[in-house]
Ligand binder design. Structure first.
Ligand code: SF4
Length: 352
């Protein structure tokens, strides 16, 4: 189901919607020719036009800075290409694979780590034959316990197609978990219909939906209702957030976001350090800033509100937690450890 209003997809559309100044259109046409642009009606409505630093606009409205690339930035910042045994599959960790069904998203984030591959251009869907090969790859490997539908955003697919893929994955005995990574409940909440929820259910398998959201204002009333439909249907939800300068790089905003997730029955899961995708330097914080924000979360907010702060190591080496570490020092001779508490005070611990 498509939203009745149209998404904004060009610099001219953005100027018509008063999201950019008319004199910026030609510069931003060059950006849009390189990196896909789409802003759904739900997101356009959240943007405060009068605020030049609006954190929602910052995530979705293109900027000329996207064409200024840093030497350390990479077209494949998390190394998907090094782990692609067959088309549509990324197999980086032993017990799980990513299955990329589509390159299309409902809206395009300006900091996207897959910005070189997502977009409406080229082949937007995995072909029937490529999907069969990808499913055969999973079926032949009993060590694959979990399949993560990612992309692109899998929830832009039709209910029929999603239901078909979920059903075929569920028929593989050793696949016990199907995880869906999506931004759709926030950026196009009307898309979460009873038919779509039914398409995600599979007898005897656990389905998890992981919502990507970065600012508390994204959890609008409509987005909360959309998430509620999934959760009420027995689909647990987790969150993922990208740490973004000018969007959520202060403790209050990040804490409010984590609380909003928990209030929606969504367990905070990952806080990603912003990847080295081309033209995204304006979004990146330092790791020290990220650690300091994590300390602030730990010091002020419920244990339910604590995500894991992770970095995808460039080159395809996977995700690692990047602190902060509360075990300040540890040694076996003599058996003593120093551990920091949530206020920053240090304590010694001697195991019995
Ligand atoms: S929704 Fe995800 S895959 Fe799509 S543009 Fe945003 S970050 Fe990239």
């Amino acid at each position: 189901m498509q939203s009745r209003e149209k998404s904004l997809r060009s610099a001219a559309d953005l100027a018509d919607a008063r999201l950019i100044a008319r004199e910026k259109v030609s510069d931003l046409e060059r950006v849009a020719a390189r990196y896909a642009v789409a802003i759904t009606p739900a997101i356009a409505e959240l943007i405060e036009r009068e605020d030049a630093a609006d954190p929602i606009a910052r995530q979705f409205v293109p900027a000329a800075a996207e064409l200024a690339w840093r030497p350390q930035e990479s077209q494949d910042p998390i190394g998907d290409g090094a782990h692609g045994p067959v088309e549509g599959v990324v197999h980086r960790y032993p017990d799980r694979v990513l299955l990329m069904l589509t390159h299309v998203c409902a809206t395009y984030c300006r900091f996207c780590f897959r910005r070189e591959t997502v977009g409406p251009q080229g082949k937007s869907m995995l072909s029937r034959r490529a999907l069969a090969n990808a499913l055969a790859y999973v079926a032949e490997r009993p060590e694959i316990w979990e399949v993560i539908l990612s992309g692109g955003d899998p929830l832009v697919l039709s209910e029929r197609r999603l239901g078909d893929v979920v059903g075929r994955l569920a028929a593989i005995e050793h696949v016990k978990i199907i995880r869906v990574h999506t931004r759709v409940p926030v950026v196009d909440p009307g898309r979460i219909t009873p038919a779509l929820v039914r398409a995600l259910k599979a007898e005897g398998k656990a389905i998890y939906v992981v919502l990507h959201a970065n600012h508390p204002r994204e959890l609008s009333r409509a987005a909360r209702d959309a998430c509620g439909k999934l959760i009420d249907a027995g689909i647990p939800m987790l969150s993922q957030t990208v740490l973004l300068r000018g969007v959520n790089d202060d403790a209050q905003t990040l804490g409010d976001l984590m609380r909003a997730f928990v209030e929606c029955r969504i367990k905070p899961f990952y806080l990603h350090h912003c990847d080295l995708a081309p033209g995204t330097a304006r979004f990146r914080t330092t790791i020290e800033e990220g650690q300091s924000l994590m300390r602030a979360l730990r010091g002020r907010y419920s244990g339910l509100c604590q995500p894991s702060y992770v970095l995808d190591i460039p080159g395809g080496h996977g995700k690692s937690p990047i602190g902060p570490n509360y075990l300040v020092s540890g040694q076996r001779e003599p058996e003593q450890y120093v551990i920091e508490d949530f206020t920053g005070r240090q304590h010694s611990y001697r195991p019995g």
